[in-house]
Design a protein around this ligand. Structure first.
Ligand SMILES: Cc1cc2nc3c(=O)[nH]c(=O)nc-3n(C[C@H](O)[C@H](O)[C@H](O)COP(=O)(O)OP(=O)(O)OC[C@H]3O[C@@H](n4cnc5c(N)ncnc54)[C@H](O)[C@@H]3O)c2cc1C
Length: 560
C-alpha cells in the first residue's frame, strides 16, 4: 500500500470536492484522487444554473420543487430522497454563496433565479451562463484552504474489497507511471457521467463511466441504467451544449418553416417542457423533414443584443466559435445529444452503497433524485447536497473504525492484468472500437428506441467486447500513457453500455428518457413503475427490479 487515509474520494468535480470538504469538516483525514486537475473536471462546463426553492423570483417552496422533480422523473424518482434534496438545497446554496460563489443578483440584491424546463417557479440560481465554472473554482478554494491532498492525475482503476468492506483503490499514476495502491477506511465514488459512450455528446472526454464500472465489477448494483438524457440544444455539428438558460430567458425553437413547433407538442410549457419532451419533439421534426441539415434552430434574436450580452455571453461565444453564427443576428443550429446519465451506482440517502465502506455521489450515483428524466439545474444541486451527505457519512464511519487492510493479492492481480495488456503487441487499436460503440449507441439507443435496434445493439456490444479482449496498447511508456488509460476507459464504457441496453430492452414501456413510440408508446405503471437493477454476474450483466419509494405523490399523467 503506497498511502492510506480515513476517507478516499475518487473524483474531484463538484460532487467529489463537496464530499471531501464535508469529510474534512467532520474530522477525517481525507484525500481526493482524480484523473484530471480538479478545476478541469467536467462540472466546470455546466452553464445554466442550480435549483433551489429560494422563492426570490416568485413564490416557491421545497414542496413544489419536490413535486416538479417527482413529476419530471416520470414517477420513478425515490420520493424520500427527493424531499431531502429539495429541503436541504436552499441551505447548501447559501453556504456556497458565503464561500464566495458570485451568483447573478436581482436589483434588490437577492440571488437571481431564472425559469428552467418543467419547473413550476423560476428557481434556477445562476452565475450568468458559467455556473459550473464558478462552483468548481469556489469548491477548489475550499479544498486548498483545508489543505486536502489531491492525488492528481491518478487514474482509479479498481476498488479493493477485503473482509466484506471497501478498503482502497488501485490507481495508475499518469504522471510517473506505475500502479499505486491507496488504502481508505471508506471510499466515495464521485467520478461523473458516461456520455462518451455516444458519438454525439455534451460530455467531456473524461466522462467514461469509470466509477460505475468499478462498482459493477465488484458485483454491486447499478440502478436505472437505461435512462440516458438527451439534451435538446446541443450545437450542430460539434455536440457542444447551448444551455437551457437560453430558453429560460425566452429563446424559441423553430423548424425549417420558421414555425415554433413546440406548440404542437407542449402547448403550455412550449420550449420549457422537460428535456425528454423537447428532445423527442425536435427529433420528430428532423425525422419528418422539417429540420435544417439534421438540426432545428434555436432563435434568440428577439431577446435583443443587450439581454444576450448580459445574460448569455458564454452561449453567444460558443455559437460564434463552434457554429459560426452570432445569435444576436442568426439562429443557432441545435439537435438532441447525449447529456446526462440518470442511472448509476445505487445508493441510499447518505450515499451508502451495498458494500460497507463504499459511498457514491453526483452523476455516477443513483440515489435516485432524477428517476427517468432529470430536470435542468437539479444535477449540480444533487452533486452539492448528496456530495455533502456522502462525505459526512463516509467520515463518520471511518472515524469509528481503525483498520485498513489491502491484501497483497489485490495489487499482484492488478499488476498481472496490466502487464498482460501492455505486453500484447498484436491486435486492434482501442479507438476503432470506441468509435464504433459511440456511433452504434447513437443509432440504436438514442432518443427513440426500437426493439430490433436495441437487440442489435446488444449484439454489437457483445462483438465489440470480444474484439476488446485482444486490444493493443501501442504506447508502452510510463509517462502520460493516454493510450493505456483510454484502453481501460473503453472497457468501462463497453460494460456499462451493456447494462444500459439490456435494461432498455427489458423496459417495455415509454417513460422519461426511455421512449419506445413504435411498440410501447405509453407509460406502464402497473408493470414498470420500478427501478431496474443491473449487476455483473458470470461475465455479463444480470437484471432485476426494485420498488420505487413513494412518500406522497401517486403517479399521474404528465401534461405539458
Ligand atoms: C455541458 C454541460 C452543461 C451542464 N449544465 C448543467 C447545469 O447548468 N445545471 C445542472 O444542474 N447540471 C448541468 N449539467 C450536468 C452537471 O454538470 C453534471 O452532472 C455534474 O457537474 C457532474 O458532477 P460530478 O462531480 O458528478 O462529476 P464531474 O464533474 O464529471 O467530475 C468527475 C470527476 O471524477 C474524476 N474521475 C473520473 N473517472 C476517474 C478515474 N477513473 N480515476 C480518477 N478520477 C476520475 C474526474 O477527473 C473528475 O474530477 C451539465 C452537463 C454538461 C455536460
Amino acid at each position: 500500500m503506497d498511502a492510506s487515509h480515513d476517507v478516499l474520494v475518487v473524483g474531484a468535480g463538484c460532487a467529489g470536492m463537496r464530499a471531501a470538504i464535508a469529510a474534512h469538516d467532520a474530522g477525517a483525514d481525507v484525500a481526493m484522487i482524480s484523473k484530471l486537475h480538479p478545476t478541469r473536471s467536467h462540472s466546470g462546463a455546466a452553464e445554466g444554473g442550480i435549483n433551489a426553492a429560494l422563492g426570490n423570483a416568485a413564490e416557491d417552496s421545497p414542496e413544489s420543487h419536490a413535486y416538479d422533480t417527482v413529476k419530471g422523473s416520470d414517477y420513478i424518482g425515490d420520493q424520500d430522497a427527493i424531499e431531502i434534496f429539495t429541503r436541504e438545497a436552499p441551505g447548501d446554496i447559501y453556504e456556497l454563496e458565503r464561500w464566495g460563489a458570485v451568483f447573478s443578483r436581482r436589483e434588490d440584491g437577492r440571488l437571481a433565479q431564472r425559469p428552467f424546463g418543467a419547473a413550476g417557479s423560476p428557481r434556477t440560481v445562476y452565475a450568468a451562463d458559467i455556473t459550473g465554472h464558478v462552483l468548481i473554482q469556489v469548491l477548489y478554494e475550499q479544498v486548498v484552504k483545508r489543505d486536502i491532498p489531491v492525488y492528481e492525475e491518478y487514474f482509479a482503476w479498481k476498488l479493493v474489497e477485503s473482509d466484506g468492506r471497501c478498503q482502497g483503490v488501485i490507481c495508475w499514476d499518469l504522471l510517473n507511471g506505475g500502479l499505486k495502491t491507496l488504502g481508505g477506511k471508506t471510499v466515495v465514488l464521485a467520478t461523473g457521467g458516461a456520455g462518451r459512450q455516444y458519438r454525439a455528446t455534451t460530455n467531456a472526454y473524461a466522462c467514461t463511466g469509470d466509477g460505475m464500472a468499478m462498482a459493477l465489477h465488484l458485483g454491486l448494483p447499478l440502478k436505472d441504467m437505461e435512462f440516458m438524457q438527451f439534451h435538446p440544444t446541443t450545437m450542430f455539428p460539434s455536440g457542444i451544449l447551448i444551455t437551457e438558460g437560453c430558453r429560460g430567458e425566452g429563446g424559441y425553437l423553430i423548424n425549417s418553416d420558421g414555425e415554433r413547433f413546440m406548440k404542437r407538442y407542449a402547448p403550455n410549457a412550449m420550449e420549457l417542457a422537460s428535456r425528454d419532451v423537447v428532445s423527442r419533439s425536435e427529433q420528430t421534426e428532423i425525422d419528418e423533414g422539417r429540420g435544417i441539415k439534421g438540426s432545428v434552430w434555436l432563435d434568440l434574436r428577439h431577446l435583443g443584443a443587450e439581454k444576450i450580452l448580459e445574460r448569455l455571453p458564454g452561449s453567444r461565444e460558443l455559437a460564434m466559435t463552434y457554429a459560426g453564427v452570432d445569435p444576436i443576428f442568426d439562429p443557432i443550429p441545435v439537435r438532441p445529444g447525449a447529456h446526462y446519465h440518470m442511472g448509476g451506482v445505487e445508493t441510499g440517502n447518505d450515499g451508502e452503497t451495498e458494500l460497507t465502506g463504499l459511498y457514491a455521489a453526483g452523476e455516477c450515483a443513483c440515489v435516485s433524485v432524477h428517476g427517468a428524466n432529470r430536470l435542468g439545474g437539479n444535477s449540480l444541486m444533487e452533486t452539492i447536497t448528496f456530495g455533502r451527505r456522502s462525505g459526512t457519512a463516509a467520515a463518520e464511519w471511518a472515524l469509528s473504525h481503525t483498520t485498513i487492510d489491502v491484501p497483497e493479492t489485490a495489487e499482484r492481480d492488478a499488476e498481472r492484468e496490466l502487464k498482460a495488456l501492455l505486453d500484447r503487441s498484436d491486435g486492434e487499436r482501442p479507438w476503432k472500437i470506441r468509435d464504433e460503440l459511440g456511433q452504434s449507441m447513437l443509432e440504436n439507443f438514442g432518443v427513440f428506441r426500437r426493439e430490433e435496434k436495441m437487440v442489435r445493439q446488444e449484439e454489437i456490444i457483445v462483438e465489440l467486447r470480444e474484439r476488446y479482449r485482444s486490444v493493443v496498447v501501442e504506447d508502452k511508456g510510463e509517462v502520460f500513457n493516454s493510450d493505456l488509460t483510454q484502453a481501460l476507459e473503453l472497457g468501462n464504457m463497453l460494460d456499462t453500455a451493456w447494462t444500459m441496453v439490456q435494461a432498455g430492452i427489458a423496459r417495455k414501456e415509454s417513460r422519461g428518457a426511455h421512449s419506445r413510440p413504435y411498440d410501447f408508446p405509453t407509460r406502464d405503471d402497473e408493470q414498470f413503475m420500478k427501478h431496474s437493477i443491473s449487476r455483473w454476474a458470470d461475465g455479463r450483466p444480470e437484471l432485476s427490479y426494485k420498488e420505487v419509494r413513494v412518500t406522497k405523490w401517486e403517479p399521474q399523467e404528465r401534461k405539458y
